[in-house]
Design a protein around this ligand. Structure first.
Ligand code: WT7
Length: 636
């Protein structure tokens, strides 16, 4: 709630698309399309689904007989890889560039659709030879390299369920995710380049496997080439496997039911263990491709750069699957935006002729800091559209992005969505007037609303719960292995109405524009990354000096929020700067660099409810010097 003043501009600043922009846009009349879509959502999604190829058609578009476990396109046979690769290599697209990549050290590679398809086939054959079958889970722990996309596609091709763990996570986080998914196979790399240094992924993977012994085979990509430990009989170099006769460049694609699982992606929630959101082949391919096609107005000649990490949903949906389904050319960059200088991104835009750039507010703020001279040294005139995702974009960053990067001519698509939603939910399209800081209005087929405790819509400009009233094809189907948690987390609150609870608070203005305020649960967005307080707290208490801890998010100009941690020490330990440093190191090691608290404070007591729940909002109000509000449930 703290940032709302900054987010809501007092004057109503509106950016209208030019007549030319509207005439070039795929969707020229949002209102008409939206009205048509919600009048008959099933008909609407069926029309979009017919844009794709299916091995066998569906019997039913939406099966809502067992809410909230909705099913889409039931009876259909498909495989997302058929739409992403197989069908393209039968057309002229086989020669089109699918992926252009640049490594941080400056090495370059590119893949035509044909080559990407072949590499996927070869990798898929390797997986099959290791006994990976339909339904098996495979964990992928890699950096931003083409092989990560190939590994995901190869899993999907053989019907295995991939679980990509972000390379910025450390050993405990990785071990927990391997355990939860029970992956027998892990795909990783020796190291990844970041800011000129090596992130030792294999080393972390080794330690994670020690904690989670279910892993039988490890496939290792050689990238950074430092000496690493390879366990005989368990670890294999990818290049050795690909040199075997089994790694033939053709491979059959597993025929899947539309509702068969495609991937698990872990995200932070309100309790300690991360939730594995499960997405499926059928509905997800329809939803991600439709949203990308319209919001970013895809044209055949575009060069699309989604600068997210493939380890997050943004990368799954909009680096890997949707662009390939659309037959687009994607660009991917391995390293840091500021390496070796703060012009790296702008240099990339110029040298590859990027036409659409999609990134996060935290990255924009980070680059804005270095001033206009860095982008101004480059020709950015190839850009025609910009995008933002991950957290509310503050109007100042929006205006800089618009003026300095987009030269006042590129509309900014501020897309609100979540790991759970699979794709864009509230977002403009190029023909829609923009208000800096607002994700504008719902995507066609999506009915979003702001409601109060009683599930009634609130008045214009009033805060409330952001909910989605009707199912959509890209929605997560369950929490892997824990359907009860899926129900309790997202559906119980407005069970009677059947609304999906997003966990965000928001408001809607008199024009029906949505303004996202932030999370209402114990989830903190740090640099756009979604972190659960519980996971960091358990990392802290796993240190021998800490008895109990509580973490909160504090607004930060650059990173959106930073974490402050409060710790009660075990007897015999005393707070000191050295202990603070040790604890930070410990968290970095356990859960990863992004989870490290900016501040650690030692306390004797934490505010708790009588039932023993930590009242983080009290800590936060105290930290910000605000009124602590209703503390009637506070323990005496
Ligand atoms: C949470 C979901 C969606 C892919 C990346 C994040 C926040 C996301 C926006 C936006 C305001 C946003 C919300 C949401 N969020 N996009 N455009 N404006 N807030 O996925 O890690 O699942 O996080 O990110 O709080 O609930 P995620």
């Amino acid at each position: 709630m703290d940032r709302q003043e900054e987010i809501l501009p007092t004057e109503h600043e509106v950016y209208h698309p030019s007549a030319e922009a509207i005439s070039e846009a795929v969707i020229k009349d949002y209102d008409a399309l939206y009205a048509r879509s919600v009048a008959d959502p099933e008909g609407f999604w069926a029309t979009e689904a017919k844009e794709l190829e299916w091995y066998e058609p569906w019997d039913q578009v939406l099966d809502d007989s067992n809410p909230p476990f909705f099913k889409w396109f039931t009876g259909a046979k498909t495989n997302i890889v058929h739409n992403a690769l197989d069908r393209h290599v039968k057309t002229w697209r086989r020669n089109k560039l699918a992926l252009i990549w640049e490594g941080e050290p400056g090495d370059r590679r590119s893949y035509s659709y044909y080559r990407l398809w072949q590499e996927t086939c070869r990798f898929a054959n390797v997986l099959r030879s290791m006994g990976v079958q339909k339904g098996d889970r495979v964990t992928i722990y890699m950096g931003r390299v083409p092989e990560l996309a190939i590994a995901m596609l190869a899993c999907a091709k053989v019907g295995a369920v991939h679980s990509v763990v972000y390379g910025g996570f450390s050993e405990q986080a990785l071990a927990d995710r391997i355990d939860d998914a029970q992956s027998r196979v892990l795909i990783t790399q020796d190291g990844a380049w970041l800011r000129g240094k090596i992130v030792e992924l294999k080393k972390t993977a080794d330690e994670a496997i020690r904690r989670s012994p279910v892993v039988e085979h490890v496939i290792v990509l050689k990238r950074t080439e430092q000496e690493i430990y390879m366990e005989p009989g368990r670890d294999y170099w990818l290049h050795d496997l690909l040199a075997l006769p089994i790694a033939a460049p053709t491979c059959s694609t597993e025929v899947m039911d539309a509702e068969d699982p495609l991937f698990i992606l872990y995200t932070s929630g309100t309790t300690g263990t991360p939730k594995g959101l499960l997405h499926t082949h059928g509905g997800y391919q329809v939803f991600t491709s439709t949203t990308l096609k319209w919001v970013f107005d895809f044209k055949e000649a575009d060069r699309w750069w989604c600068a997210a990490d493939p380890g997050w949903i943004t990368g799954h949906s909009y680096i890997v699957y949707a662009p390939l389904i659309l037959g687009a050319t994607s660009f991917m960059y391995e390293g840091a935006p500021t390496h070796p200088y703060p012009n790296r991104w702008w240099k990339l835009v110029e040298s590859y002729g990027i036409t659409i750039l999609y990134t996060a507010p935290t990255a924009i703020r980070g680059l804005m800091r270095f001033g206009d001279a860095w982008p101004n040294r480059h020709d950015l005139s190839s850009l025609r559209l910009l995008g933002s995702v991950g957290e509310p974009i503050n109007p100042e960053a929006w205006r800089w992005y618009h003026r300095v990067i987009g030269k006042d001519k590129c509309p900014i698509m501020d897309t609100w969505w979540q790991t759970e939603t699979g794709g864009f939910m509230i977002t403009p399209m190029p023909s829609v007037p923009l208000k800096p800081g607002s994700a504008t209005r719902p995507f066609p087929g999506i009915e979003a609303e702001i409601v109060n405790e009683e599930a009634e819509p609130v008045k214009a400009n009033e805060d409330g719960y952001l909910v989605v009233k009707k199912p959509w094809p890209g929605m997560a189907r369950t929490v892997y292995g824990d359907p009860d948690r899926f129900v309790s987390q997202y559906w119980e609150r407005f069970q009677k109405q059947g609304y999906y609870l997003t966990g965000d608070s928001a408001r809607k203005d008199e024009d029906g524009y949505f303004w996202i305020i932030g999370r209402i649960d114990d989830v903190i967005k740090v640099s756009g990354y979604r972190l659960g307080t519980a996971e960091i707290e358990s990392a802290l208490v796993s240190h021998k000096a800490v008895a109990e801890s509580a973490c909160i998010g504090i607004p930060d100009e650059l990173r959106g929020n930073v974490i402050w941690a409060y710790c009660i020490l075990r007897s015999g330990y005393e707070g000191s700067d050295r202990l603070v440093a040790q604890l930070k190191d410990h968290v970095r090691h356990e859960t990863g660099p992004i989870t490290v608290p900016a501040k650690i404070e030692f306390v004797d007591k934490l505010p708790k409810t009588r039932s023993g729940k930590i009242m983080r909002r009290v800590l936060k109000a105290q930290a910000l010097g605000q009124d602590v509000g209703d503390i009637s449930t506070l323990e005496a």
